[in-house]
Design a protein around this ligand. Structure first.
Ligand SMILES: Nc1ncnc2c1ncn2[C@@H]1O[C@H](COP(=O)(O)OP(=O)(O)OP(=O)(O)O)[C@@H](O)[C@H]1O
Ligand SMILES: [Mg+2]
Length: 342
């Protein structure tokens, strides 16, 4: 009864208008009044019956949708293929399937993120443990008497000092990574003369290079060219790439090359070092990824350098390209917008 009352309330005006129109039409056709009343009563009954059956049909559809949503919520439906609302609700079914897929993707992304976070924490603790254990070991040995042994005391102190440096580098890299990934990295762009900037960085590496028998050189055709970049961040990129080239080259050449395209300049860092196996090339930009963990650790690497490089170059709207041949050397390059002089 409540339902019928609600239908009448909702459709009262429509029924009234149709009755009025029917009355006018029948009067114009000069139907006798008694017949008009009968016809109007019939029209009223038929329209109410129609409205009630339509309403019943609509309620059935709503119940179907509600039950489907409840089944999704209770995980009774595990794939979009199980959602079936029938042909009359095809578009609603499509929308619910899309929502199901989105929810499914969101949940698997959250699970992936959770896994990445746990892995990251595991990696961080592992990497911190290595230098801390080493420092602890050397100090313990020194405290237990080795401090008075002139054969080892300086050696152990120097080793402990090297590990504190590694620890410091690791913490700095971690701070950078977390700043970058939380979106707190503020970029400060401008046009800068690239050649003197690179010459200065290369000069800082010249001693380390010389010690290893590696020549580091810069090749550029235009000394006055300006690149659009964040100078400090680009410095970080160059330091990481050049130090990798030196670290992973036994002897030979590390070259920084500047080449020009119409609107862009390309910075390339290439070396004649150990190279990177093809299967690892796609992964070297992942945090903590090292081709040869022991070798990298021996040269003080934690596998964060290229992750930072990738983030910074991406922030410049560019992409790092890598080419490498095992035993022959590696080439890292990326484009930067250059100043166009008119
Ligand atoms: N020029 C290169 N030649 C050969 N292998 C390289 C070169 N650059 C990077 N790699 C490989 O890629 C890995 C990742 O490099 P990345 O700079 O991220 O880490 P890392 O040098 O080991 O440590 P970090 O830079 O954090 O001190 C390195 O461990 C190394 O195996
Ligand atoms: Mg590195």
């Amino acid at each position: 009864m409540k339902r019928i009352y609600s239908i009448l309330k909702h459709h009262f005006l429509k029924i009234l208008i149709s009755l009025l129109l029917s009355f006018i039409l029948l009067s114009l056709l000069e139907f006798p009044l008694s017949n008009i009343i009968i016809v109007l009563i019939l029209i009223s009954i038929i329209s109410i019956a129609l409205l009630i059956s339509l309403d019943y049909f609509r309620v059935q559809q709503i119940v179907k949708i509600r039950e489907t949503i409840r089944d999704i919520r209770h995980n009774k439906l595990v794939s979009p293929g199980q959602i079936n609302l029938g042909t009359d609700l095809e578009s609603t079914e499509r929308e619910i399937k899309k929502m199901f897929n989105k929810m499914d993707n969101d949940i698997s992304n959250l699970k992936k993120l959770e896994k990445v976070r746990t892995q990251f924490l595991g990696n961080v603790s592992h990497e911190l443990r290595t230098p801390i254990f080493a420092i602890q070991g050397y100090l313990e040995t020194l405290v237990s008497g080795a401090i008075n042994d002139p054969d080892v005391n300086m050696k152990f102190l120097k080793k402990a000092y090297t590990h504190t440096n590694n620890l410091n580098n690791l913490l700095n890299d971690l701070i950078d990574i977390s700043m970058i990934e939380s979106g707190e990295m503020k970029m400060n762009y401008g046009y800068y003369e690239i050649v003197p900037f690179l010459e200065k960085i290369i000069h800082e590496f010249s001693d380390i290079g010389r010690e290893k028998g590696i020549e580091i050189r810069l090749r550029a055709s235009d000394n006055k060219i300006k690149y659009y970049c964040d100078k400090d961040k680009l410095r970080q990129v160059m330091v990481n790439l050049i130090s990798n080239s030196i670290k992973y080259t036994e002897k030979g050449l590390v070259e920084v090359l500047l080449s020009d395209e119409e609107k862009f300049g390309i910075i390339t860092v290439s070396d004649s070092g150990i190279g990177i196996p093809e299967k690892d090339i796609d992964r070297i930009f992942e945090r903590f990824y090292r081709v040869d963990k022991d070798r990298s650790r021996a040269v003080g690497g934690t596998g964060l350098g290229l992750a930072i490089v990738k983030h910074i170059v991406t922030a410049h709207g560019s992409k790092v390209m890598v080419e490498s041949k095992l035993g022959k050397g590696s080439t890292f390059s990326f484009k930067l917008k250059k100043q166009i002089l008119t």
